[in-house]
Design a protein around this ligand. Structure first.
Ligand SMILES: [Zn+2]
Ligand SMILES: [Zn+2]
Ligand SMILES: [Zn+2]
Length: 340
């Protein structure tokens, strides 16, 4: 090819980034250094004939946490408290994580911060905009960006979780989406059949996206910075100003005199408004399309409640009590018999 690195102009350019503007060609050192804050760019490598798919991971890239992208100085907890400075990262000793971003599934080596008093690993990831799928065995993380993407897709395009993950697989490898290697060890050792059985992160996506939405709701309803105050029942539900609300949009004595005419002054004009009892009635509809009736939970025993009655669903214990005291009334089904 003979092209020079566009960054240093002293080495031959062998790596091309498809996501950097202008798809610049760089040498390996320049490519890795310029992508220190862009770990989810897709890379191609020159193989003396053409550019073929590669990745930052294959080129020796590592993400360092806790020091603004710089490698942790390696101060480890010990009796002498002496800092151990790693001048050269030993890539083989680093953990490998599967990181799901909105443009595909990636592998990355992670250098954890090991300074004295370092935060837990899932917090280190969270501070870099990565949501770990586990608090104890950190192997998979989702970027905040992909979680926001999934939410908007679900709201606007009605995308199911499985379809969304299939899309990410196609972004990663459109020719063979089922072969997206999201388990590095199995990929390099060639256990293809086993790899295929555990290669997707669909289950993790469902779990993490639920937690993400719950955190978003807590933040938006004012509970994001208060760890002491628990949301009370219904505190995570949106207040409806159009519903009849005593003290806000109902006349006084609405209970004792439901059919009344209320007079009020609009400037110098005396106006009146008639209220009828049906205006005071609040109608609660669980599902306007009646599709919630058809959704049965596959494993209700395995369900974990996140809101405990603070959202739109009542708390489970109160719901069970309500069911035990309620007489079920059978629905009346009308059948149409055509006259022959
Ligand atoms: Zn260079
Ligand atoms: Zn790039
Ligand atoms: Zn550190």
């Amino acid at each position: 090819m003979g092209a020079q690195c566009t960054a240093c102009s002293s080495h031959s350019g062998v790596l091309r980034c498809l996501d950097c503007f202008g798809t610049p060609v760089r040498c390996q050192a320049c490519c890795l250094s310029t992508h220190r804050t862009l770990p989810f760019h897709r890379i191609q490598v020159w193989n003396d004939n053409c550019f073929s798919s590669s990745s930052l991971f294959e080129q020796g890239f590592a993400i360092s946490l806790g020091h603004d992208g710089d490698p942790c100085p390696g101060r480890r907890e010990g009796p002498d408290d002496e800092p151990m400075v790693d001048t050269q990262l030993d890539l083989s000793s680093l953990d490998i994580l599967v990181i799901v971003h909105s443009n595909g599934v990636f592998h990355h080596r992670i250098q954890w911060c090991t300074c004295i008093g370092h935060p837990p690993r899932h917090i280190q990831l969270f501070r870099q905009g990565l949501f770990s799928a586990s608090l104890t065995h950190v192997k998979t993380a989702f970027t905040f960006d992909v979680l926001d993407n999934f939410y908007i897709d679900a709201m606007e395009c009605k995308t199911a979780g499985l379809s969304f993950f299939q899309k990410l697989r196609r972004f990663t490898n459109n020719a063979a989406p089922a072969a997206v290697p999201v388990c590095h060890w199995l990929h390099v050792t060639g256990f293809r059949s086993l790899m295929l059985s555990i290669q997707d992160r669909y289950r993790e996506l469902l779990r993490v996206s639920r937690l993400w939405r719950n955190l978003q709701a807590l933040k938006r309803f004012g509970f994001g910075h208060d760890e002491i105050q628990e949301p009370r029942p219904g505190a995570l539900a949106i207040f409806c100003p159009a519903c009849p609300q005593p003290g806000i949009n109902l006349p006084e004595e609405w209970e004792v005199n439901p059919d009344q005419r209320v007079f009020f002054w609009l400037g110098s004009f005396r106006c009146s408004q008639a209220f009828c009892r049906w205006l005071f009635r609040r109608s609660l509809v669980a599902d306007g399309n009646f599709t919630a009736d058809h959704m049965k939970m596959r494993c209700p025993d395995a369900d974990v409640t996140l809101t405990h009655g603070s959202g739109y669903m009542v708390e489970n214990k109160r719901y069970i009590e309500h069911l035990s005291q309620t007489v079920e009334r059978q629905q009346v089904f009308l059948t149409f018999k055509p006259s022959l």
